[in-house]
Design a protein around this ligand. Structure first.
Ligand code: MCN
Ligand code: SMO
Length: 788
């Protein structure tokens, strides 16, 4: 695009490590989270949540709760009928069912943690007392926990109103798969059970709703990544015009994809406010967040690989069984993991044929939703651990096997139809080999084994599909268009306001997008103010998820900003009586080529645009603002993560010693921010592969309801990291930018697991088939290896 090209030609801030302007407020404890909002007359809410994985509810006696002084209301499904309609969740494709359900189901519990009733009271304490006082008649039913059994004909149903437990069955085939498997020299098969883990943000969910009884306007504060989608998706059920809704998600203490849903509570709290005629606040506690927000990434996978006599991969098959919850999370559904996993099966490998199957059986578990690396992580972990298994079986180096099978480092369309826009698929592997001195490390590993010390090296090259635009959304049947928008305004005093429909919750958009705006306009970075996170102050857009903001908001800013820039140059040229081609604009001041004494400031041009009257160029409208949107084509970043571990064979303890990484997200806006994103996401991948596990027992009881049961890695578990970069600009996006915010959580887990398997492979045949892998599992792998 010509506009973006000229921005890149004169870039000054893009590519610089500008310090994050959003940080001082957080570092000094002055950020305003939803719980910091206090409204006059505000009431508080607590939920009765099901302790049963599956039960009929034959009665709820509200009176003991209502008898408590300070309890204002108890709200069940019936009470909501006049103020709240159902959610209907599906994707726009034939193979997918539709689940329509009341947002508060007070008659059937289908998972531990499901909201059943709400108590509204003067304080949270009284609301909790009210919940405890409710008398509920539960009739427990058998839970359906085994996803593969849930798929069988005649299985009991999680939802008795559905014909089967399977939310969707989707098949895809390209190329001669059976021929490739017949021709193959060797074929390999793996079953992998990827565990459940979750974002577990420091700030759990939080909603305040203020339904103004005088004006019928609704203001909602919610800790969300998608304020505008909350508006669009709850307006219907709440029966209110979007124009009367304002959604504010100011400071958000970690989203990580969990907060990219439209949660039941985000409709229930507004409905409650309407019923009681007062503002209502709900702050989620840690148990609720762990049990009842959204879980992620649990999947059973069957993979087959056909390999020829030269160790060349011919074809892949993948069956992805998403272990879903009791209903599809709104609006992305439980296909959010299996469907993308199937699409990314080829990753960096050049294969001729592929066959994939996706299923999404419902079980009596918490719904499955988005979490950093959404769609990509489990499939990546299964494929990349499998490739290490295959390398060991074939007796070849796992890195060599990958390089031999890698696609060229240029634009490439995979057999599944993903249009990669160029990358460093092999170059990033080679760069990390250099960074860690791969040969030297292998020698060290061999030496240490003689001393009974088990060092392991694990590679994980990845592709991250990012910044999905509407084309990809439509191809998959997703329920929203994926454009986004930006408005760029030069104010009368020459300062600049930029707004986007994206959402800043840790990614440093206020810094990095200001870098883009400053270069686009030719003004100082300090003069830019970026606004997001409030549906009434920023342009409409779909929010931040899918590593989309740098590309989409960045591109929209380049477009809108270029329009404004053209106008100020025209106005300045007119005022200085020269032609626009002779005007130079840099650092917010205008000058004329070859005429040093002719200059104007941005403030002078601003005043001219707003209040210049007759002095303004004829035919120009007053004001300096433009709004543009950007709906990009497909773009994919890539890279390679390597983990180095030492395993204590006696105890199974894994010492994760180092992570090295080379990432490629095309043009970088701010390398320091990119490094921070890598480090954060890598920590998530470490957690998911080695520590975090949202387990249920066979009776459907939830076993990870506190941070004593659900282990995050912290600074003691996360090692030092070396992060390097290759910049292969996208050939299709504005400015060559690709997204990157999730890569670490896609790829780090497989690197750790491959390192663990590599460390103990001297004991015999080692095959990792599940996550997470803790000391017990490591011991078991050594025992089962044969020679341990
Ligand atoms: N960036 C850059 N150059 C690029 C690409 C990105 O400088 N070529 C910068 C961007 O300008 C932005 C950051 O890196 O400041 C991340 O950009 P991008 O990859 O576009 O991702 P988004 O901003 O859209 O953020 C979403 C992504 C997702 S999907 C999850 S999940 C996640 C993540 O961001 N959640 C996070 N990182 C997080 N970081 C924090 N602190 N908190 C979360 O909840
Ligand atoms: S899971 Mo990130 O919000 O796409």
């Amino acid at each position: 695009d010509a506009e973006a090209n000229s921005v890149m030609d004169r870039k000054k801030y893009i590519g610089m490590n500008v310090l994050r302007t959003e940080d001082p407020v957080f570092l000094t404890g002055r950020a305003k989270y939803t719980d910091d909002i206090h409204l006059t007359g505000m009431l508080h809410c607590a939920f009765l949540r099901s302790p049963h994985p599956h039960a009929k509810i034959t009665g709820i006696d509200k009176s003991p709760a209502l008898a408590i002084d300070g309890v204002v209301a108890v709200i069940t499904e019936q009470d909501l009928e006049p103020v709240l309609g159902p959610f209907s969740t599906t994707l726009m494709r034939d193979e997918v069912a539709t689940v329509q359900r009341p947002i508060l189901d007070s008659t059937t519990a289908r998972w531990v943690g499901q909201p059943i009733a709400m108590v509204i009271a003067d304080s949270r304490y009284l609301a909790e007392d009210g919940v405890d006082a409710l008398e509920v008649d539960w009739e427990p039913l058998d839970p359906i926990m085994d996803a593969e059994k849930a798929l069988e004909q005649g299985s009991p149903l999680v939802r008795e109103d559905m014909e089967s437990n399977n939310f969707a069955h989707i098949e895809f085939q390209r190329g001669d798969v059976e021929g490739a498997f017949k021709r193959a020299h060797r074929v390999f098969r793996k079953r992998f059970h990827h565990g459940r883990f979750m974002a577990a943000p420091l700030e759990a969910r939080a909603v305040i709703a203020d339904w103004d009884t005088a004006t019928d306007d609704l203001t909602v504060w919610t800790s969300s990544q998608i304020p505008n989608l909350i508006r669009t998706y709850t307006a219907g059920p709440l029966g209110i015009a979007e124009s009367k809704m304002r959604i504010i998600s100011d400071s958000v203490g970690g989203g990580f994809g969990m907060k990219a849903h439209v949660f039941d509570e985000e409709a229930l709290v507004p409905a409650a406010s309407k019923l009681v005629g007062k503002p209502v606040k709900w702050i989620e506690d840690r148990y609720e967040n762990l049990a009842a927000s959204s879980h992620a990434k649990e999947m059973v996978m069957y993979l087959d690989v056909a390999v020829d006599e030269n160790n060349k991969f011919l074809a892949f098959k993948g069956h992805y069984i998403g272990v879903s919850g009791a209903y599809p999370a709104h609006p992305w559904t439980s296909l959010i993991d299996p469907l993308p996993a199937a699409g990314l099966l080829p990753s960096i490998y050049d294969i001729e044929a592929v066959h994939t199957v996706c299923d999404a059986p419902m079980t009596n578990r918490c719904p499955i939703g988005a979490y950093r690396g959404v769609g990509w992580t489990p499939g990546h972990v299964a494929r990349e651990t499998f490739i290490d298994d295959i390398a060991r079986e074939l007796g070849v180096d796992p890195v060599e096997l990958r390089l031999q099978n890698a696609i060229p480092d240029e634009p490439f369309t995979t057999v599944t139809g993903m249009k990669y826009d160029g990358g460093s698929y092999s170059a990033s592997i080679r760069k990390v080999m250099e960074m860690i001195d791969y040969e030297g490390l292998r020698r060290k590993q061999a030496d240490l084994r003689k001393e009974g010390r088990y060092l392991g090296i694990g590679f994980s090259p990845y592709v991250e599909p990012t910044a999905w635009g509407s084309e990809v959304a439509k191809a998959n049947g997703f329920p929203a268009e994926f454009f986004d928008a930006a408005s760029v305004t030069i104010e009368p005093d020459g300062s600049v306001t930029v707004t986007t429909g994206c959402h800043n919750h840790g990614q440093a958009h206020y810094t990095t997008l200001a870098q883009v705006a400053a270069d686009t306009l030719g003004v100082p970075f300090e003069s830019i103010r970026v606004i997001e996170n409030d549906s009434s102050r920023a342009v409409y857009g779909t929010g931040t998820y899918a590593s989309r903001t740098a590309v989409i908001a960045g591109g929209a800013i380049m477009r809108a900003g270029s329009e404004v820039r053209d106008k100020i140059v025209r106005l300045a040229a007119h005022a200085m009586e020269v032609s626009p081609e002779d005007v130079e604009l840099a650092d917010g001041s205008f000058s004329v080529k070859g005429v040093p004494d002719k200059t104007m400031t941005m403030q002078q041009v601003g005043m001219l645009a707003y209040y210049g009257g007759a002095a303004r160029l004829e035919g120009e409208e007053p004001a300096l603002t433009a709004t543009r949107s950007y709906d990009p084509p497909e773009t994919y970043s890539n890279g390679t993560i390597v983990a180095l571990v030492e395993v204590d064979a006696a105890t199974g303890k894994v010492d994760l010693q180092h992570i090295s990484c080379c990432e490629d997200c095309g043009t970088m806006l701010n390398p320091m921010v990119v490094d921070g994103q890598m480090a954060g996401a890598i920590s998530h991948g470490i957690g998911g592969s080695m520590y975090e596990d949202l387990t249920y027992d066979e009776n459907g009881q939830f076993l990870a309801g506190s941070l004593m049961d659900y282990l995050y890695p912290s600074t003691t578990e996360v090692p030092d990291m070396d992060i390097s970069h290759i910049e292969t600009p996208s050939v299709v996006t504005e400015g060559g930018i690709k997204g990157m915010g999730e890569s670490g959580n896609i790829a780090a887990g497989a690197a750790c697991l491959n390192a663990i398997a590599d460390a103990i492979s001297c004991f015999g045949t080692v095959e990792i088939t599940k996550t997470p892998i803790g000391p017990n599992e490591v011991r078991e792998l050594i025992r089962n290896a044969g020679n341990g």
